[in-house]
Design a protein around this ligand. Structure first.
Ligand code: 59J
Length: 570
């Protein structure tokens, strides 16, 4: 405005006006008037018309809505012992464009972050074009405060929760893990993600231009904490099962192993241990083999541990009264050009002895006398063709072959446990029917307040007879003697299964199994032990899996205060 000599009306200059001066004077006057009108108009628009918009824009620089992290629900064992806990942590991030270049400030920042200065410089350089980069994720609030106390420009904090697993590798596959964003990735953490996670809230805050919190204005919506998940497992039994399993896998140089322990009266999973395992609190360099909850997601050919279940179907036909004897000599037989063998020639065996000696011939001869496929039907009724229904991610359904054109050899093989695949959890659940007068209990990973109704599968009297036969099979002279538990009666069945490889059954790769129920007088627990590919001289179920069963079940019965039902043998 001052550049225009518009108001120059001094008499001194007037005479000097050129001839056209007057017309020009008016032109200038008009132009100035227009300019002033435009300015006035602009002032009106800014102050009156655009005011709300502009003020909003200004506030947006300092007034923000921020998420409030919801506390993830705890996972506990059946007695409330914590198995997964969320602890508050602070994630530090930076706007690289705001972080000071000053050497001393950078050095102080690097020291507080416990990073070498060069590393910090290099990262800030790499993200120089960005407005966001992590400095350190999930620090303890104290460690983060040491950094925040420097009050450096461009350094910000975000409050979060981090998951901690007190039981570590002991229950890792069952509980699973969350990722760095607190979302369930594996196991029950994944299965119950929506329940555990809760809902994040929102708060309104005022921040200064450097993004530092000036004032907490209001909570728009409170964060809703996630629910607490109470598992069926008993931490004490879980630790013991894991310890014994790990020791046995190491002792025998095995590839892995499983222990599943169910409450015989409710179907609750009291312990579920897997080898190999991993440390969920430090997943750097973990072996992905350790992630699988083999007890639920893996299936295997069960072999002889199916014999008591098959026997229940055979007995129920009424074709084999208590005195029945089978001649298993000479210890082998040929069916459809296929040879079935026992490891010895046992000669004549009664029904209990067929289970005790684990005679493949005995089972086959009984089965081949029948016209109906009662054995595979029984397997299906016991749940070996469907998921157990625990909701665990990737739960295996097992498989029982469909009754189309069964050959006699296949029919026979099914009776001693070959030609089908089962999970350890399915196996344990099926045995609750033997423990429970014929009623199978669905397994539960969560604690239940009341036992679910059992599913009647086996005739009650037959179930009791099978239990008695299995009791007889665990005697001082039997192959299963190492499953005995001092002070308690034990019913059980061993199994040694050749593993299949690319070219059928392998000569030197086995799976060692033991399934047992204790105490026999009033069953409290059903336990499955499986050791995958023991490499030492011992590989029989009776030598490898039975001792693990004895130690785990013995400690469990004592911890559960189950009264001994037998005098201790010397
Ligand atoms: C066995 C099998 C493979 C599959 C045989 C184990 C068959 C069979 C084809 C030879 C070791 C071995 C369908 S044995 O589990 O009979 O647990 O204490 O793997 O028989 O026909 O060198 N178990 N095991 N059989 N196959 N096909 C016995 C038995 C069992 C014992 C011991 C010795 C087998 C008493 C297994 C144990 O009960």
């Amino acid at each position: 405005m001052s550049a225009t000599p518009s108001s120059g009306v001094t008499p001194r200059r007037r005479p000097a006006s050129p001839p056209m001066g007057r017309a020009r004077y008016f032109l200038v006057l008009v132009l100035v008037a227009i300019g002033m009108l435009l300015l006035a108009g602009r002032i009106v628009t800014l102050h009156v018309l655009d005011r709300p918009f502009l003020q909003g824009q200004g506030n947006a620089r300092i007034l923000r809505t921020e998420p409030l992290s919801a506390h993830r629900g705890m996972i506990t064992d059946r007695h409330g012992e914590p198995l997964a806990i969320s602890t508050p942590v602070v994630t530090l991030w930076a706007n690289p464009q705001e972080v000071p270049e000053d050497r001393i400030q950078r050095l102080m920042l690097a020291q507080a972050l416990e990073t070498p200065l060069e590393t910090l410089d290099a990262r800030l350089e790499r993200y120089a074009e960005h407005e966001f980069m992590y400095l350190r994720r999930q620090l303890t609030p104290q460690a983060a405060q040491r950094v925040l106390d420097l009050r450096l420009a461009g350094v910000y904090a975000q409050h979060e929760y981090k998951r901690y697993y007190p039981a570590g590798e002991v229950a890792a596959q069952l509980i699973g893990v969350t990722n760095v964003d607190d979302r369930g990735q594996e196991g029950l953490e994944l299965a119950y993600q929506p329940f555990l996670a809760g809902t994040p809230g929102q708060r309104r805050v005022v921040k200064d231009r450097r993004g530092q919190l000036v004032r907490d204005l209001e909570v728009l919506r409170e964060a809703e904490p996630g629910g607490e998940l109470t598992l069926a497992i008993d931490q004490r039994l879980q630790y013991m099962a894991y310890r014994e399993l790990k020791a046995a896998v190491a002792e025998h140089g095995a590839d892995g192993g499983i222990v599943v322990m169910l409450d015989a009266r409710t179907g609750e999973v009291l312990a579920m241990a897997n080898q190999p395992s991993y440390n969920p609190n430090n997943r750097a360099g973990l072996d992905p083999q350790g992630l699988r909850n083999r007890a639920i997601v893996d299936v295997f050919e069960p072999g002889s541990v199916m014999k008591p279940l098959a026997m229940s179907a055979l007995l129920e036909t009424g074709e084999f009264p208590p005195g029945t004897v089978v001649d298993t000599a000479p210890g082998w037989m040929v069916i459809d050009r296929f040879t079935i063998k026992d490891i010895r020639n046992y000669g004549e065996l009664n029904l209990a002895e067929i289970l005790e000696k684990s005679s493949n011939i005995g089972m086959s001869k009984l089965t081949l006398q029948l016209d109906d496929p009662v054995v595979p039907e029984r397997y299906r009724a016991l749940g070996f063709d469907r998921v157990p229904g625990t909701g665990f991610p990737g739960e295996a359904s097992g498989s029982v072959p469909a009754p189309v054109r069964w050959s006699s050899s296949q029919w026979a093989a099914l009776s001693y446990g070959y030609g089908l695949s089962v999970s350890a959890l399915q196996l344990a659940s099926a045995y609750t029917a033997i423990a429970n007068h014929g009623e199978r209990l669905p397994p539960s990973l969560l604690r239940v307040d009341q036992a679910p109704p059992g599913e009647p599968v086996i005739d009650p009297q037959v179930a009791d007879r099978i239990l008695a036969m299995m009791d007889q099979a665990v005697e001082p002279e039997s192959g299963a003697r190492r499953a005995q538990v001092p002070g308690y009666s034990v019913a059980g069945k061993t199994g040694t299964v050749r593993k299949t490889g690319g070219a059928g059954y392998q000569e030197n790769a086995y799976r060692s199994l033991f399934v047992g129920i204790a105490p026999v007088s009033e069953p409290r627990i059903v336990t499955v032990v499986m050791i995958d590919h023991p490499r030492g001289d011992d590989y029989f179920g009776g030598a490898v899996a039975a001792p693990v069963f004895s130690r785990v079940v013995g400690s469990a019965l004592r911890l559960l205060d189950v009264p001994p039902d037998q005098r201790e043998r010397p």
